[in-house]
Design a protein around this ligand. Structure first.
Ligand code: AMP
Length: 325
């Protein structure tokens, strides 16, 4: 598959690299690193990384304007379904390639390299570069590492396997970038965001079976002088709290007239529930968009039922194990 993708990249003079809407570091890093690697390997090609930018991830590199596309190759990273690709049109492309680590949603590309057992899209790009003649340098390696570290929440998830550590070790050894350079940019944040986190921790509510949720209204967003993406970006910081198995940020986005939801879990599967609320994602890290706080609370109720079932199952398994012994 890597060789097939390399052959396609070699064939086209214009290549566009897109990723999902609601950009995050893995999506941004995978597209920018792939663009820069192709440019480094084939300086004559026109290679564009497109999509809505984010000032927060500017340190990874700049995005390109989407214009005058014909007979081009489109590569989409970190996106399982067509409707979430952040691109104005699919016209002008002669071929499409998907490179993704989400659970499969739909086939919409000619070539699809999907591995949902890896922690990040960046891990797949790392393997693509290593297994083909695509070139890499210290800066590209650093960007890929940043995306991988971010999506794995610093190697916290079971999707980090020996293979993850092997590929990271290979890149660190070969391209010798400084870890502190990565962490300083990836984790540097303004004090107002820390204060918002304090607000969220203080005002978080808990359902009967251990789903924590926090409603962040437009008034709160303005009070802390942050944007509507900020609370969702903080969701990973509420992991490993004894009383909480699933936790949810529910944020009012007045500009887009939606309620943005981010969900995380320490066990129960949540993405099938997110899918029922105009969302999706990974089994324990999902997002959704709903029209009101009331609908968001229906989602919270569904999650509470899921946690209840999960706890019952765990209890039953424990009893069965004790009886066996
Ligand atoms: P987030 O909470 O925004 O960091 O998203 C967690 C995961 O869920 C990521 O893999 C996203 O791509 C996915 N996701 C977030 N929002 C949606 C949505 N509305 N529809 C489908 N997938 C989503």
């Amino acid at each position: 598959m890597y060789k097939l993708i390399y052959k396609e990249i070699k064939k086209y003079d214009t290549i566009v690299i897109a990723r999902h809407i609601g950009v995050d570091p893995d999506a941004m890093a995978s597209q920018i690193a792939l663009r820069d690697a192709i440019k480094l390997s084939f300086p004559g090609k026109r290679v564009l990384a497109v999509g809505t930018g984010s000032a927060k991830f500017k340190y990874m590199g700049t995005l390109d304007k989407f214009e005058n596309i014909s007979d081009a190759l489109l590569i989409i990273t970190d996106t399982p379904d067509k409707k979430r690709v952040d691109i104005p049109t699919f016209d002008g492309f002669s071929a499409m390639i998907k490179i993704d680590h989400h659970p499969f949603v739909e086939k919409f590309c000619d070539i699809e390299l999907i591995d949902n057992n890896v922690c990040s899209a960046c891990e797949i790009i790392m393997n693509l570069l290593k297994n083909t003649r695509l070139e890499c340098n210290s800066n590209i390696a650093k960007t890929l590492f940043a995306g991988l570290v971010s999506d794995s929440n610093r190697f916290l998830f079971d999707s980090c396997t020996p293979k993850t550590f092997e590929i990271v070790a290979y890149y660190l050894e070969k391209y010798k970038f400084k870890l502190s350079d990565v962490y300083e940019t990836l984790y540097l944040r303004p004090l107002k965001e820390v204060r918002l986190e304090g607000y969220m921790a203080t005002n978080m509510e808990l359902t009967k079976h251990g789903v924590a949720y926090i409603k962040v209204t437009d008034e709160i967003i303005n009070k802390f002088n942050v944007d509507s993406a900020s609370s969702g970006n903080l969701v990973n910081n509420f992991n490993h709290i004894e009383e909480i198995l699933v936790w949810v940020t529910i944020t009012e986005d007045v500009k887009n007239e939606i309620i943005r939801i981010s969900i995380r879990s320490r066990g129960p599967v949540i993405n099938d529930i997110a899918e029922k609320f105009n969302g999706g994602g990974h089994s324990t890290a999902s997002g959704a968009k709903v029209e009101s706080f009331d609908v968001a609370m229906e989602l919270v109720d569904a999650l509470d039922k899921r946690v209840e079932e999960y706890l019952k199952k765990i209890k039953k398994e424990k009893v069965e194990k004790l009886e066996e012994e």
